[in-house]
Design a binder for this molecule. Structure first.
Ligand SMILES: NC(=O)c1ccc[n+]([C@@H]2O[C@H](COP(=O)([O-])OP(=O)(O)OC[C@H]3O[C@@H](n4cnc5c(N)ncnc54)[C@H](OP(=O)(O)O)[C@@H]3O)[C@@H](O)[C@H]2O)c1
Length: 344
């Protein structure tokens, strides 16, 4: 396979390269693309130094599979160009996810969607949606999912390197005594927020992404969770109520889920079904620090939170850079190789 990574200098791009090596993906050649800022930088891959190319200057013939994690604006420009040259693009941005001609894939859930790739582009889901999908599919197959009420607690690395830098700087360069925050939230000076609308350090921001322009007070992250859950699970009528928050966590997105099914549920049956999968770890008190750097989705607190037996509540956590982005993209590439995909 002749591969390319777009956004190779970013957090997700670097994890993609690492995961290709970890999983022994069949790589004959690899090219690294980023913006003009990174042109000429050297990145090591399997003992070789590879020079980063400016995507704007790139010629894309000969690429079999291109893993994209360079943001929606760059994907919109470069993904169709790679696809036109015959390469299959696996795109991490939101750019193509709702296009009916672009499969949106979590291999454990809907790999059948890879049977047709009419534009040579496959979309990788948003990192928050991704955490919920593997356990949801298993439970949906048991009892038929009708409604999901979800509150996310999203890590700052979900907003790129700039998000990690902002929280890290705030936690390092604050002025005051952190203990004072116990009595008055204004007594410590963390500087001005930039990437996030409020201070990320030791805080919870009830807004992730940007507000939609339709006056609904729904954010872009919430909209993605609604739309992408419906498309991946192939449940266009699924009722989804989403609240996405940003929390003082470096990596690891968490979700509190309350699920309503057509049929009555059973906690023991849910636990048994989830424990049979190697991509899920049952941990009754899962945290982002447990999940960061790991591949599985961690599921805990499975319970009937109300008397309604057709409802089930739980807490799920996953690494937003690995399964939430890079790992899933590589797994899609692996599924394509297994299928001996035909390019258009
Ligand atoms: N972080 C997550 O958890 C996550 C999860 C799912 C999906 N994603 C998607 O993946 C993308 C990257 O996330 P990240 O966390 O890796 O961000 P990041 O660390 O900020 O990296 C961004 C990457 O995109 C490149 N880039 C930016 N503008 C470009 C352009 N015009 N042309 C070519 N390359 C360009 C950057 O190159 P330079 O270094 O040259 O600037 C860098 O390699 C996000 O925008 C999002 O769409 C992220």
């Amino acid at each position: 396979m002749n591969l390319a990574i777009f956004g190779a200098t970013g957090q997700v791009g670097q994890v993609m390269a690492q995961i290709l090596i970890e999983r022994d993906f069949p790589v004959d050649s690899i090219r690294f693309f980023a913006s003009s800022r990174s042109k000429g930088k050297l990145i090591e891959f399997n003992g070789k130094q590879i020079e980063v190319e400016d995507a704007e200057e790139g010629a894309f013939s000969g690429i079999d599979i291109a893993l994209f994690s360079c943001g929606a604006a760059a994907s919109k420009i470069y993904a169709p160009r790679v696809a036109k040259e015959g390469g299959i693009v696996i795109d991490n941005s939101s750019c193509f996810r709702q296009d009916p001609k672009v499969p949106l894939v979590v291999p454990e859930v809907n790999s059948y969607a890879l049977n047709e790739i009419p534009l040579n582009i496959v979309a990788n889901p948003n990192c928050t949606t991704m955490v919920a999908m593997p356990p949801l599919k298993i439970l949906h197959d048991l009892w038929n999912l009708k409604k999901m009420v979800a509150t996310s607690f999203q890590a700052v690395s979900g907003s790129g390197k700039a998000g990690v830098d902002e929280l890290s700087d705030q936690l390092t360069n604050y002025q005051g005594n952190l203990r004072d925050l116990a009595f008055d939230g204004t007594l410590v000076n963390f500087g001005k927020p930039n990437k996030f609308p409020k201070i990320a350090a030791l805080n919870v921001i009830p807004m992730a992404g940007s507000f939609l322009e339709d006056g609904s007070n729904i954010t872009s992250e919430e909209q993605k969770l609604i739309n992408e859950s419906r498309k991946i699970l192939d449940l266009p009528d699924l009722i989804v109520s989403a609240t996405c928050t940003r929390v003082s966590v470096m990596t690891g997105h968490s979700l509190s889920l309350t699920l309503t099914f057509e049929k009555n549920t059973d906690v023991k049956v849910a636990i048994e079904a989830l424990s049979n999968k190697d991509y899920i770890v049952l941990d009754n008190v899962p945290t982002p620090q447990t999940a960061a750097g790991k591949d599985p989705t961690y599921v805990g607190r499975i319970r009937h939170a109300t008397d309604n037996l057709n409802e089930l509540s739980m807490f799920v956590v996953g690494d937003n850079l690995r399964k939430g982005a890079a790992l899933n993209a590589v797994q899609i590439a692996e599924a394509l190789v297994d299928k001996k995909f035909k390019k258009i």
